[in-house]
Design a binder for this molecule. Sequence first.
Ligand code: S3P
Length: 201
Amino acid sequence: MGENFHAEGRSYNNIALIGFMGVGKSTCGKLLARKLDFQFFDTDTMISEETGCSIPEIFRYHGEEGFRQMERRVVQEKIPLMNRCVIATGGGLGANLEYLESLKRNCFVVHLWLSPEGIYDRVKRHKGRPLLETADPMARIRELFEKRISVYRHADAEVSTLNRPVKRIVFQIMLSYQSLKRKTNEFGIIETPRENQGTSC
Ligand code: S3P
């Protein structure tokens, strides 16, 4: 795995993990990168390093809109140059259809799914997520989850992280990546199994 891999006008040389806050994108991404011998990047870390500010500071001084513009620059200027990388994205990045479509140009995009209750359980003890600094974080999670889930589902694959150890999640991501490679023929066309092609006459 890992050599140049193109199909249907897309390059699959990177893997991007999208999904809600707290689903485990960075933790899984680091292990996945190690297993594939890819480099690991986290879009929040890239933005913090470039600006010299933490994510809460960016929200405080530039607002959410300022932060989204910084994400746009990562998506449009940095990710297109990547090769053999695993990219863990901030929870709002993959919830923007335009950014998600850009990721798809050179990434196999995987949505890590977790229920709102599971998300709350993971994030409740951690500070540093400005969007959840409200009186009722559970209500906020539900509201954002409802708005975002249909966009996240444009990913190439979805993996549940509910009650699953990191190793198992990573294994499943690798399986879906390998399966896509197996289905891609020498002309770079993804072959759908006959039973999924509808009825023929
Ligand atoms: C956000 C998620 C955060 C970070 C920022 C906004 C979001 O990243 O980008 O606080 O809009 O969901 P994580 O998903 O890594 O927590």
